[in-house]
Design a protein around this ligand. Sequence first.
Ligand SMILES: [Zn+2]
Ligand SMILES: [Zn+2]
Length: 396
Amino acid sequence: MTYLLDALQARVGEFVSLRRDIHRHPELAFEEHRTSALVADKLEGWGYTVHRGLGGTGVVGTLQRGRGTRRLGLRADMDALPIEEASGADWRSQRPGLMHACGHDGHTAMLLAAARHLAEQGRFDGTLNLIFQPAEEGGGGALRMMADGLFEHHPCDAVFAMHNMPGIPQGRLVFREGAAMASSDYATITLTGTGGHGALPQHAADPVVAAASLVMALQTVVSRNVDPLQAAVVTVGALNAGRANNVIPASATLELSVRALDREVRALLEKRIKALAQAQAESFGVHARVDWRAGYAVLVNTPAETAFAREVALELLGPGQVTLQGPPLTGSEDFAFMLERVPGSYLFIGNGDAPGNCMVHHPGYDFNDDNIAIGSAYWVKLAERFLGEEGPPARQ
Ligand SMILES: [Zn+2]
Ligand SMILES: [Zn+2]
């Protein structure tokens, strides 16, 4: 299947330039005005029907061919991060304190390269929806697009997305059926006692001792409550109390990051953390308030769509460049919300494993432009197969 790769490689220069242009002009969540306009203008120029402003700065480009009733969604993300770039690249960020440190510039460029090829030469029968979402980095742009009627305006039978990953050989495609990325929830626990003189603890109710005990007790949620064969993370990332050695403060706060790869484990973590906070507080004579904020859901790749996506990758690259079942990650991703509504699959494309290759969110990170041809060829082939005569996987 080198024809498709060759065709996309032949005009990759245009999309490398475009990727670097987006890289020079990073924009934070829901502020992707320039990027979003650039994407929408390109899609319109290639003949797509374009829906702008979905979920704030989101864009959907739709292309319909033939009489086929199948509908496919492919998603890329567009937002950057509040990090000062240290990559030293010629195309480094021109905006101080902001950079594309997660490769969303590359994801956008790969999907645009596929968009152009599909518009000009794509053989398919059905409806192609290219979804460019804002605010993947914590802002929940996928949810905002869905709240704005993404799947009502643009129904999809399946959705797919791709993220680059440093540390994996460049261009390798890594799939996983089932839970692939963790849910990510946040909790603030405030312990309120009675402040007093450090020399007279008998007249106080000390929230510091209660907080110290609670930090240790929370470790038992993972070790004693969660099935040892399941994954879970409870991190107390911040513990704040007091300002002086001889003063017992009136309150202490704990900030938690809580992750799971299973919906039931996720619910168990919330239940046990809340119960422990209350019981520990009571045992020390202080009061606990738990503010729980649900973040991204567990990302679950459905079996039939993952099997289909693997087949496409194997045909494109052969078994040497494809991992059929990679390990799950404790990071999170808001494509999980789209997968709660529509079946589909999310994969990783290796960003390279050379020494000095930086992880995403590192100031020295950069997207690997050699992936643009491979990533876009994968999208083209996936679209042509899903909306083609060979047909998608059978679903009941
Ligand atoms: Zn990121
Ligand atoms: Zn990312």
